[in-house]
Design a protein around this ligand. Structure first.
Ligand code: SAH
Length: 379
């Protein structure tokens, strides 16, 4: 198992909840409602305060327990002394000409991740990271080039939503979440699902899982596990190729979970009425964007409740592929549409601030691990 880095760097934190002594006070940001109730009971406080605390942390957005003014002074003091409340710190806030906003967030151990707000799609959408870096090593993805640095905790995943919701003024409005930032959510399964439970809490954001889309390279056992979750998000699968040979070259986990297995897992994935699985397909000029590829894709998806989201490559230095012309993208999309496959072409938002798909990377990361090594361990 991959060992997440331990949190022993509290001295670097500027938050009032920092713990210079490096003690292991429980973190309010890491507790799902039931755990918070238990922790309160252990301090002799009634369990129902958990809902109030959730409202302060998620809805109101306080990062300091002493500000939770509908709690007794005694309980506030207990929360402030016996717990901490970690909140990602905004270190950079970039606004794209199309309204996309990319936040660079620093975590308690000084790791950095990116979280993106994509307005008016027509929904308001937050694109959230689940890991620092990524072990999947997809050939066209900048995050993949970093290798995996570490998993995010549940509180850090939900914390990105807290910070985005308050930075955008949407904490009391409805928004969607796509787990399409840095990382592979199914490689950090437990923390990702715990974050969804925290975001679902009634006194917090009360997010419906229907508003959450989890995007994966297709880790089959984890997909089967997801299929049994009470809080099941929408599923998006990064397909990107129509033959095993090509998919293994582009998406290395395909070696362990080949196309037929990933598609079989999709076919048995329980779908609600009217919902479909999204298949993401990044278009690489002259590589996987030919009419034969499009026709093979139609055959692979036949009989499935599917929609295809074509993503013309977001090119970047260090990526050895090109973005196809609009004509090639249209021709590919047309072949799918003519054969009754629902298809959309993803508009690349935030390209001028490098907030687009696969462009999330934290520059100057020194803790790079070998992606190949991480894969060998985890898949
Ligand atoms: N690990 C998850 C989430 C990754 S990001 C997954 O693989 O699904 C979401 C999508 O962006 C994925 O489909 C990913 O393959 C795609 N992507 C990565 N790099 C890209 C790039 N340079 N241009 C366009 N899409 C890219």
């Amino acid at each position: 198992m991959y060992e997440p880095l331990s949190y022993n760097h509290w001295t670097h934190m500027a938050e009032p909840t920092q713990d210079p002594a490096g003690s292991t006070r429980p973190d309010l940001a890491e507790l799902e409602p039931g755990e918070l109730e238990t922790a309160l009971a252990a301090h002799g406080a009634p369990r129902f305060h958990a809902g109030q605390i959730y409202r302060w942390v998620y809805r109101v957005g306080v990062t300091d327990a002493t500000l939770m003014t509908d709690l007794s002074k005694g309980l506030r003091a207990t929360l402030a002394s016996a717990f901490q409340l970690s909140t990602p710190r905004i270190v950079q806030d970039d606004l794209s000409s199309d309204g996309t906003r990319k936040l660079l967030l620093e975590l308690a151990d000084r790791s950095r991740v990116e979280a993106v707000y994509i307005p008016d799609t027509p929904a308001q959408t937050f694109c959230i990271s689940t890991q620092v870096g990524c072990a999947m090593a997809c050939g066209f993805c900048l995050t993949g080039k970093m290798g995996l640095v570490r998993h995010l905790t549940a509180g850090e995943i939900a914390g990105q939503v807290r910070v985005l919701a308050h930075a955008t003024g949407l904490a009391d409005k409805s928004f969607n979440i796509v787990l399409m930032g840095m990382g592979e959510p199914l490689h950090n399964y437990d923390n990702t699902m715990k974050a969804l439970r925290m975001l679902h809490a009634a006194s917090g954001f009360a997010m419906s899982p229907r508003r959450v889309t989890l995007s994966t390279v297709g880790i089959v056992p984890a997909m089967d596990r997801l299929a049994r979750e009470p809080l099941m998000p929408n599923l998006a699968v990064s397909l990107h190729a129509t033959t095993d040979e090509q998919r293994t070259a582009l998406v290395p986990p395909n070696r362990k979970y080949p196309l037929a297995d990933v598609l079989a897992a999709c076919r048995r994935f329980p779908l609600k009425q009217r919902s479909r699985i999204t298949f993401e397909y990044v278009l690489l000029d002259q590589v996987n964007d030919t009419p034969e590829d499009a026709r093979r894709l139609v055959r692979l998806l036949s009989g499935m409740k599917a929609k295809v989201n074509l993503i013309p490559l977001n090119a970047a230095p260090g990526i050895a592929f090109d973005r196809p012309s609009d004509e090639r993208v249209d021709a590919f999309a047309r072949i799918l549409a003519e054969r009754d496959v629902s298809v959309s072409v993803r508009k690349s938002r935030g390209r001028d601030i490098r907030a687009a798909c696969g462009q999330l990377i934290v520059e100057g990361s020194t803790t790079r691990r070998s992606a190949a090594q991480a894969l060998a361990v985890h898949l």
